[in-house]
Design a protein around this ligand. Structure first.
Ligand code: NAD
Length: 744
């Protein structure tokens, strides 16, 4: 855990060396060992000074998230963290010079340990990062980070570190004053030791700045004009950005304001129980840790990859269709150092795809994020062509041609005539079932769905769709490709809309149903944002195009025949597309108008097409009334009865519907075995369509509510709004048995 030695000059070295891990992490065990060792060193008269170091390639990676995620005893947790605070104060005030030798990254609790030393010297290691990523997982740096960082570097410089989890490189850390000195890699221990030796020789008893008489917070504290202004702006910005869905940044601001208004000891006593323990116990941090950290890590480690299939290395991929998706996938592939043959119907069309890549990368070059030579090297990997013969030697070919069965069948046949018998053919279809598309293949076992998201060069998720005939080997090798290009895979079984489109579609549809019910459109889209979604449902319908919603409804109706149940969204889409010709953003007209000379705004005509339900006795909405006014007026009367006698919806009810409609469809996907595991649902939702991480994911949110409460709520919603909210049997069974989706 820790190596401890004392040299001839009485300088002790305390070296973090977590057993059987590549990184040092902080948990009850390692912190316990640190406490014991430091107390021993402080008490030992033979020890004159101490160097804190690491035996790993980095200093300390941070707190043990498994331990934090599992902590449920608030009193015990608070006692433990208070103990850590006490230890760090004893170190700071122990009268012996203590220096940290930072050989690599020091993050979260690791940086806090370093901040508890009198002196920090870092190796000039280009890979090293310093900062506090806690906020990104719903936590705060609770070993005194919220108190020491702003006291050391000032509130301004501390803000991005604490509030955004920004990680900085060594030069910046030195510039803002978080690190005292930077030395050649390998010299950091010697430098730390030299500082300790000098302090011993000088006979000084080093103190932290905040323990020094006359200490002033750099740039002023929270009650100085600058500080007040900064906090006021930060509060407002936070509220605007997060709708207060994330308690961590708000708690950090409170720690800074309250803690810096007093001395360090009182500040620590404020940080520990009121804010840090509170966050660790909150469902938000549990959700974020589970989905964003463990779920994502499992997915990236390919935990669900079929065993026994040798890892596939890729050197040449074929891409059919050089359109928006094809060009993006080509960019991701080339970036991973894999050659890519980009095929379209004509050489010119294929060249256009490569041009797209050049345009995107050129922006990186202009921003200094890529060199011109680097860009040319990447472009050299993209080989545009119209000739199928060029696909020879590809280990995998992905198609992203038009969404038409016949065209996809045609390119499948032409490709399979050229590629090796064991090569994989993947379809990037967004709607067509994979098993059906595989009928065009002579090797359906090698046929699979790889559903990318737009823009494909940026979006991190790939939904892998396993058809009826897809072999385990094809799945395993496809997962290898997804990882090779640095994306996160989730694996689902074949079904209409697969998982992501199917559930994401319910959010958009629910927004359209609300519109038909007479809820003001401005309120619907605002409710989506307040729910934590990145875009309101109507704005989103415009983005993906209302026409697509309309077309999918038509296709589903044709496929299902009499079994098809018409939804409100189908009627709204039909009216918008067939009657009004408002297809969405791409046609410049949808639920919103897109004027060439200004920002988009809700289409005023909506009020006539979908009259807003107003409380009894209130004048009904006119077409000439601005949508914002409609929203405002209806919002004031949210709890009133409408003029037809039915109750008006509250904001909370709208949010509840927009969120639970996704959860209930996700449970159906689990029940129908479209999804293989709850965590796939949660990771896929967050990465695929920006589902709010604070809820953990559509399943994580049900876990948070608890299945029993979820069933009760869904029963009420189903009674009010129809069977789309009906609780699936799977959920009822869990509620009856007192089970949950994840460990408590
Ligand atoms: P696009 O229209 O931008 O590109 C399609 C390209 O395929 C065009 O360049 C076209 O010339 C080419 N093409 C058509 N027929 C061809 C043929 N026979 N041989 C070779 N090339 C041919 O479309 P897109 O948005 O890139 O979508 C492509 C596929 O990806 C579709 O199946 C779509 O459903 C799916 N998809 C799209 C998105 C999205 O957000 N756009 C997301 C996921 C999946």
């Amino acid at each position: 855990m820790l190596n401890y030695s004392i040299d001839a000059d009485g300088i002790a070295t305390v070296e973090f060396d977590y057993p059987n891990k590549s990184q040092n992490i902080l948990n009850a065990q390692s912190l316990g060992a640190y406490g014991e060792t430091m107390q021993k060193a402080l008490a030992d008269p033979a020890v004159k000074g101490i160097v804190i170091a690491s035996a790993k390639k980095d200093f300390i990676a941070g707190g043990d998230l498994a331990e934090l995620g599992a902590a449920t005893d608030a009193a015990a947790f608070h006692a433990a963290i208070s103990q850590t605070h006490k230890l760090m104060r004893a170190i700071e005030l122990g009268g012996k010079p203590i220096a940290a030798a930072l050989n690599g990254s020091a993050l979260g609790g690791g940086m806090e340990i370093a901040l508890g030393c009198h002196y920090r010297v870092a190796a000039d290691n280009p890979k090293a990062r310093f900062g506090f990523p806690e906020v990104t997982l719903g936590l705060l740096p609770g070993a005194g980070g919220t108190q020491r960082v702003p006291r050391l570097v000032g509130m301004m410089a501390a803000a991005p570190l604490l509030m955004e989890g920004k990680r900085i490189k060594v030069a910046e850390a030195q510039k803002i004053g978080m690190i005292h000195a930077v030395v050649k890699v390998g010299d950091e221990r010697t430098a730390a030791r030299a500082w300790v030796a000098d302090a011993i020789a000088a006979g000084s008893k080093p103190l932290q700045p905040w323990d020094t008489k006359g200490f002033k917070i750099p740039g002023g504290g929270p009650n100085r004009p600058n500080g007040m202004q900064m906090l006021m702006a930060a509060n407002a910005m936070l509220r605007e950005k997060t709708y207060d869905n994330y308690p961590a940044p708000r708690h950090i601001l409170s720690c800074v304001y309250e803690g810096l208004s007093t001395n360090l000891d009182t500040g620590l006593a404020i940080e520990a129980p009121r804010y840090f323990t509170n966050l660790v116990m909150s469902p938000v941090s549990k959700n974020m840790i589970r989905s964003l950290f463990f779920g994502m890590n499992e997915a990236n480690k390919l935990a669900s990859r079929p065993a026994g299939v040798p890892q596939q290395k890729y050197s040449k991929i074929g891409m059919l269709g050089a359109g928006m998706m094809g060009a993006g996938i080509a960019m991701s592939t080339a970036t991973a150092g894999i050659d890519i043959v980009l095929l379209d119907t004509t050489q010119e069309a294929a060249d256009k795809g490569k041009e797209y890549a050049r345009k995107q990368w050129n922006k990186q070059v202009q921003r200094g994020r890529m060199t011109a030579e680097g860009m040319e090297a990447l472009l050299a990997r993209i080989h545009p062509t119209a000739d199928y013969a060029d696909l020879k030697g590809c280990e995998m070919v992905i198609e992203a041609v038009f969404e038409k069965r016949e065209i996809k069948a045609d390119v499948t046949k032409k490709t399979e005539a050229v590629i090796a018998a064991d090569a994989i053919f993947a379809s990037n279809t967004s709607t067509l079932p994979i098993t059906g598309l595989a009928e065009a293949s002579v090797r359906p076992a090698n046929f699979i769905g790889l559903h990318f998201f737009s823009p494909a060069e940026k979006m991190p998720l790939v939904e892998i769709i396993v058809g009826k005939a897809t072999s385990d080997a094809t799945l395993a090798r496809s997962m290898d490709y997804v990882r090779a290009i640095g994306k996160t895979p989730i694996v689902v079984n074949d079904s209409r809309g697969f998982y992501t489109s199917r559930v994401f579609g319910t959010y958009v549809s629910e927004g359209m149903a609300l519109l038909e019910e007479g809820v003001p459109p401005a309120l619907i889209d605002k409710a989506g944002l307040i729910a934590g979604m990145p875009v309101g449902p109507l704005a989103l319908a415009d983005e993906v195009s209302i026409e697509l919603v309309y077309k999918i409804a038509q296709q589903t109706r044709a496929d299902l025949g009499s079994a098809y149940v018409e939804r409100a969204a189908d009627r709204v889409a039909a009216k918008m597309v067939a009657d009004l010709g408002r297809l969405g953003r791409k046609s410049g007209a949808g639920f919103y108008d897109y004027p060439a000379d200004g920002p988009k705004h809700l289409w005023p005509g909506l009020a006539q097409q979908f009259p807003v339900k107003v409380p009894a006795g209130t004048q009904s909405a006119g077409a000439d009334e601005a949508p914002a006014q409609q929203g405002g007026r209806a919002k004031n009367a949210l709890l009133a009865a409408a003029d037809d006698g039915t109750a008006m919806l509250t904001l909370e009810q709208i949010v509840e519907r927009l969120i639970l409609v996704q959860s209930v469809e996700t449970v159906r996907c689990l029940e129908e075995k479209v999804l293989r595991a709850p965590i796939d649902a949660d990771v896929g939702a967050i990465l695929g369509w920006g589902y709010p991480p604070f809820r953990g994911g559509p399943i994580g949110w049900l876990h948070t509510l608890g299945p029993a409460q979820a069933v009760a709520t869904l029963d009420r919603l189903a009674e009010q709004h129809g069977p789309r909210f009906a609780a699936p049997q799977l959920l009822r069974n869990m509620a009856a048995k007192g089970e949950r989706f994840y460990p408590a």
